[in-house]
Design a protein around this ligand. Sequence first.
Ligand code: C5P
Length: 223
Amino acid sequence: MSTDIITIDGPTSSGKNSVGFLLAQKLNFQYVDTGMIYRAGCVAILKNNIPLSDKDKVLEIYKSLNIEFKSEDSERRLFLDGEDVTDILHSAQVTKIVPIVAAIPEVREVMKGLQRKIGLKENMVMSGRDIGSEIFPDAKYKFFLTADPEVRAKRRFEQLAKKDPGVKFEDVLKDMLDRDEKDTNRKVSPLRVPKGAKLIDTTNLSVEESVDKMLSYMTQSFK
Ligand code: C5P
């Protein structure tokens, strides 16, 4: 049975997750945020005290990654070895190491196989940095979301401030720009607009408006 894939790529806090989740709900598709998988590997790396210089052990973590997504209370939660780790996926420690780990070519190769396996199981909206360019280049519908850096940092800041009232906007902005820089300039699968992707600037759009825009592009069958 062939399945449909809709890819959404874009930088941090461009709206991929909220938009992807709602789009999937409306279409009755599954939603997978691949950033959560990269982050889950980093949780395992930190738990096992693996130094990032030990590439073999880092790679082993991704090769044996035992993860499961579950939908709960209108959000996707991720279980690592049976434990719900969703709430620590966006911790400062994980956020610091994830772009470094994600730039390791062998890790991306393992992740490619994993993401393809997940994506081919059922109709799916999948978001990340290279989903439309590397993982599913032949996807029927591809989107690239973007937004002004200040607006993206504000979104991230508001999410983080709910859990940590001490968080500073300037730090969030700086970390975000640093991560964008690493994701855009890495040698393997850098963040870029995939060929054939529709660009959507979400700076002044609500989640609903972004999804409506995507659905209207899809009905016009822009490919
Ligand atoms: O989307 P999120 O901010 O959670 O992703 C965390 C990091 O994981 C990104 O900054 C990037 O380094 C990496 N990533 C990636 N490719 C993907 C998804 C995430 O390189 N498809």
